[in-house]
Design a protein around this ligand. Structure first.
Ligand SMILES: *Cc1c(COP(=O)(O)O)cnc(C)c1O
Length: 408
């Protein structure tokens, strides 16, 4: 082909990458029935033996994760906050967290009045156990808030063993790992609590909402009371026995972070769809990852065979590019319909975030490896409606935009 013919067939992606998972018809029916009855608030006078939509979701969620208790709340950020407080974090306490995470995570630590201690990540985007050991030692922290950021799961056997040996309570942020596991154990089940999100861009779409899972009866009772159960906690779907609440009911403030029945009605029928959605997302991710790995100048993280991810987005680095060319690369991809989020932008934009933008933290400077990786990191959402052929188009566009960059 002549150069002008190549130009003439330059492909453009027409798929809207920002499309969230659709609400299934069965969920719309449940939501409509609920609205007709008006009982959108999870607590109230219920006929004997009847369970609210939130209580039903709590039972289903506990069963799905193999957890004893599940507590519906109004967001994953609040699930993280409530888990920290219910696990005993006090104002001023240091809380360890991996530096590759989203703004609601240091936000949850700040909400608890605690101090985030940023831990470095490995070349493969998961928490660095050596830096974790060093920061745990130096800070004396008793809590680790671990994000499986963008679906990347580290070696959870090693991490859980480390936390047990050091007496560190592990709280997992599973906003991007509902349906994922490490070596057969679902994420959210390795520490004292796991937190999940029902925000539209996670794996089940309720608009807003979150869930805490735990086997710890005191943590569960405290989280339920703090979440704003009034003295109606007996209506919770997966809760500890009454006597556990007796220990906490006079000392736990009501913080009004409840989940709405309407959200639960939308989410519950989506739980059985998780395996199907995971297969679609991983098919798209693996197709695109396979193509991107072949491009010169890009790096993708290595994944362990023990990690069973649900990859609803894809991340890659362009390690050789300077900031000017990274910005040019992102804008030429965008001009062809491929909207990449660049974590390294000077100003925080959209959903991307890096610690330098969280200036309320004492030591906002990210540790060195996280800094370098985030500076070169690109992120793209994989909507369920994307096709494998469109993944190839995306890879072509990315490859061509890279090749077209001026030399350094
Ligand atoms: C989305 C997200 C959260 C927060 O979830 P919300 O339900 O929006 O509060 C926390 N951590 C990570 C890694 C996320 O992606």
């Amino acid at each position: 082909m002549q150069q002008n013919e190549v130009d003439a067939v330059r492909s453009v992606l027409t798929r809207d990458l920002s499309t969230p998972p659709q609400i299934p018809a069965s969920a719309m029916v449940q939501a409509t029935t609920l609205m007709a009855g008006g009982r959108l608030h999870r607590y109230g006078e219920l006929p004997e033996g009847e369970h609210s939509s939130v209580a039903q979701l709590e039972m289903a969620f506990a069963a799905l994760l193999g957890a004893t208790y599940a507590i519906g709340v109004n967001s994953c950020g609040c699930a993280l906050f409530l888990s920290l407080v219910a696990a005993g974090v006090k104002p001023g306490d240091p809380v360890l967290m991996n530096a590759f995470t989203l703004a609601p995570v240091p936000g949850a630590v700040a909400h608890a009045g605690a101090r985030p201690i940023l831990v470095d990540i490995t070349e493969d985007y998961v928490i660095d156990l050596d830096d974790l050991a060093a920061k745990a030692q130096a800070s004396g922290a008793r809590h680790l808030l671990l994000s499986h950021m963008r679906g990347h799961i580290g070696d959870m056997d090693q991490l859980a063993a480390f936390c047990t040996a050091r007496g560190i309570a592990l709280i997992e942020d599973c906003a991007h790992t509902l349906g994922a596991d490490w070596n057969g154990t679902p994420t959210g089940r390795f520490g004292v609590a796991g937190c999940f999100s029902f925000q539209s861009y996670k794996h089940v779409n309720g608009g807003e909402g979150g869930m805490i899972v735990t086997d710890d009866e005191d943590l569960a009772a405290r989280a339920i009371l703090l979440s704003g159960s009034y003295m109606l906690y007996r209506q919770n779907g997966a809760r500890p026995a009454d006597e556990v609440f007796e220990r906490w009911r006079y000392t736990s403030p009501n913080m009004s972070m409840r989940l709405s029945n309407l959200v639960a009605a939308l989410v519950l029928p989506q739980l059985p769809l998780l395996p199907e959605r995971a297969a679609i997302w991983n098919g798209l991710h693996d197709r695109l990852a396979g193509r991107l790995r072949r491009l010169n100048g890009l790096r993708l993280p290595l994944r362990s065979p023990a990690e069973h991810y649900v990859q609803s987005s894809i991340q890659f680095e362009a390690p050789g590019l300077d900031p000017e060319r990274m910005a040019a690369f992102a804008s030429s991809c965008a001009a062809r319909g491929v909207f990449l989020k660049w974590f390294g932008a000077d100003e925080p934009r959209g959903f991307t975030s890096q610690s330098q933008h969280w200036r309320y933290i004492e030591n906002v400077e990210a540790p060195p490896r996280a800094r370098r990786i985030l500076r070169h990191l690109f992120d793209m959402r994989l909507p369920l409606t994307l096709t494998l052929a469109e993944c190839d188009t995306v890879a072509d566009i990315i490859g061509e935009c890279l090749a077209d960059l001026p030399a350094a």
